[in-house]
Design a protein around this ligand. Structure first.
Ligand code: FAD
Ligand code: SF4
Length: 493
């Protein structure tokens, strides 16, 4: 176990001056960015262990020296929850990791998750001053992960202080990142929080979508355990809207509701042959493997395996699916994506890791029809080539069909990963709830309150498929508004 050097006890400004004095900006900018050790690509396609291995205390302290502690830290503008990035990094530079983790946790409830899955390269790191200097940005994501892992490995577990318990019952619907962060802040505020989860285990996409090789389940288990220690109660196999309605829960005394039910409804392309055996959604594929342990010795959950697997799409979900297929024994695992690599929404790191693992990329290519053998099992896909035209409403160049470019390839499994829609069960159980034409719950941006008093919502059920950090930010915003509203009600009584 590494001991934390916690000897300097100065006011922030004092030690910042002292650190600046130790090393000039020019020297700091000459330090090379740390490289994270990764599991060998030949080995990792045969197992499920985490690919990124993290950085050591020494590497973290050296990387922290690169940070210039800018007077106007642009990195913070890129962080959706506004972490005080230079303050946590300078604490790492001093060797005061306890303080670093506390700084991060002022605004981010689950840094071990965010340090692994947040797209830092387009958020905080994209804004780092070093980018303007045409140098690699400070490895903010690696440092966040380091501090969070340090806390977990050393069992420091800084549980937040709980305000005086008020015993007001609040229901959180869905245990994904939105629900978990709302539950954490509501418990901190003293409420009696119950999280209702439709599935048989907690964590939402963090558990059933993102594979072990990117986000180990032990991290989610620890975070759920911490919430339980804070007094949050969890109820599984409970579908709000079916097992009981929100009105039923109101009758049981719940005074406010946070809906974080996510966007887990898969989209399909509606092309011929999509209902053959062996064509399935990434949600189904990943849920079987990640949540229901298909493919793990000792578990008998069935899952279709393929030797020639096509994954349709270019987002994180597509990358997770294709890399899972490789680990499940695919000899040829192919991404089929209608735009080019430059437009791919997946994280750059995921694309790089997929390439290292031998994943083929058929870009500027779109499937238009599946074919099957006499047993109805998919055996070929008809593809057409695309080129890029003018930008569309998303700002990305529109893919345009190249006439006469069709060709077939042999496959025995296709995983469709072209986006998701909001989970409809809860909104459908509440006819008065205001929803958009896409099925997302409409809320006030400041408070996350829906059109119905006492019902708040956030995360993917409001945004459509978005990101973990945005879901967490919504959960926290809603929790603050719920707390405020409950306090006002208490004054009025
Ligand atoms: C495979 C995959 C990989 C991804 N990779 C990344 C990544 O690398 N980085 C990133 O930032 N984002 C990533 N995302 C997106 C990110 O995971 C989501 O934006 C985020 O999980 C949304 O959080 P949420 O809490 O709103 O919903 P979810 O995580 O979907 O959780 C919702 C929960 O609500 C439950 N639920 C639904 N309806 C009910 C009901 N009626 N009653 C009770 N419970 C209910 C569901 O079972 C689920 O557990 C990925 C998504 C997928 C699918
Ligand atoms: S912008 Fe980069 S160098 Fe400046 S404070 Fe943020 S991380 Fe440090």
């Amino acid at each position: 176990m590494v001991s934390v050097q916690n000897t300097i006890n100065m006011r922030d400004d004092d030690w910042r001056v002292e650190l600046r004095g130790k090393l000039k900006a020019k020297d700091r900018s000459q330090i090379e960015r740390v490289k994270m050790t990764e599991e060998d690509s030949g080995l990792r396609i045969r197992n499920n262990t985490e690919v990124n291995k993290g950085i050591s205390l020494g590497e973290a302290m050296k990387e922290a020296q690169r940070c210039l502690d800018c007077a106007n830290p642009a990195c913070m503008e890129g962080c959706p929850v506004g972490i005080d990035i230079p303050r946590f990094i300078k604490n790492i530079e001093r060797g005061n990791i306890n303080e670093a983790i506390k700084v991060i946790k002022e605004t981010n409830t689950f840094p071990a998750v965010c340090g692994r899955v947040c797209p830092q390269e387009v958020q905080c790191e994209a804004k780092c001053t070093y980018i303007k200097m045409k140098k690699e940005p400070v490895a903010i994501g690696y440092l966040e992960r380091f501090a969070a892992d340090y806390e977990l490995e050393n069992k420091l577990c800084f549980l937040p202080e709980i305000n005086k318990r008020n015993n007001i019952k609040v229901a959180v619907i869905g245990s994904g990142p939105a629900g978990m962060s709302a539950a954490s802040d509501l418990a901190k505020a003293g409420c009696k929080v119950t999280v209702f989860e439709a599935l048989h285990d907690y964590g939402g996409v963090l558990r059933y979508g993102i594979p072990e090789f990117r986000l180990p389940k032990s991290i989610i288990n620890t975070e759920i355990g911490n919430l339980k220690q804070m007094g949050v109660e969890f109820v599984k196999n409970f579908i709000v809207g079916k097992t009981a309605t929100i009105d039923d829960l109101r009758e049981e005394g719940y005074r406010a509701f946070f809906v974080g039910s996510g966007a887990g409804l898969p989209n399909f392309m509606n092309i011929p042959g999509e209902n053959y055996n062996g064509v399935l959604s990434s949600n189904e594929y990943l849920t079987r493997v990640n949540l229901m342990s298909a493919g793990t010795p000792g578990f008998d959950t069935p899952v279709m395996r393929g030797k020639k697997v096509a994954v349709i799409g270019g987002g994180n979900t597509a990358m997770d699916s294709v890399r899972t297929a490789r680990r499940m024994g695919a000899e040829r695992a192919i991404i089929i994506y209608r735009r080019s690599l430059n437009e791919m929404p997946a994280r750059i790191e995921e694309i790089k890791h997929a390439q290292e693992e031998g994943i083929e990329f058929l870009t500027l290519t779109n499937p238009i029809r599946y074919f099957a053998d006499e047993n109805g099992r998919v055996n070929r896909v008809l593809l057409q080539k695309m080129e890029l035209g003018e930008p569309d409403s998303s700002g990305r160049r529109r893919p345009v069909v190249i006439p006469g470019s069709e060709y077939e390839i042999e496959i025995d499994l296709a995983v469709v990963s072209i986006g998701v829609s909001p989970n409809p069960i809860l909104p459908q159980s509440m006819p008065d709830l205001s929803v958009s034409k896409w099925g997302t719950i409409q809320v006030n941006d400041e408070t996350m309150q829906s059109n119905i008093d006492g019902i708040y919502a956030g995360g993917d059920i409001v945004r459509g498929g978005a990101t973990v950090i945005l879901a967490m930010g919504d959960g926290r915003k809603a929790a603050a508004a719920i707390d405020e509203c409950l306090k006002m009600q208490a004054v009025e009584l």
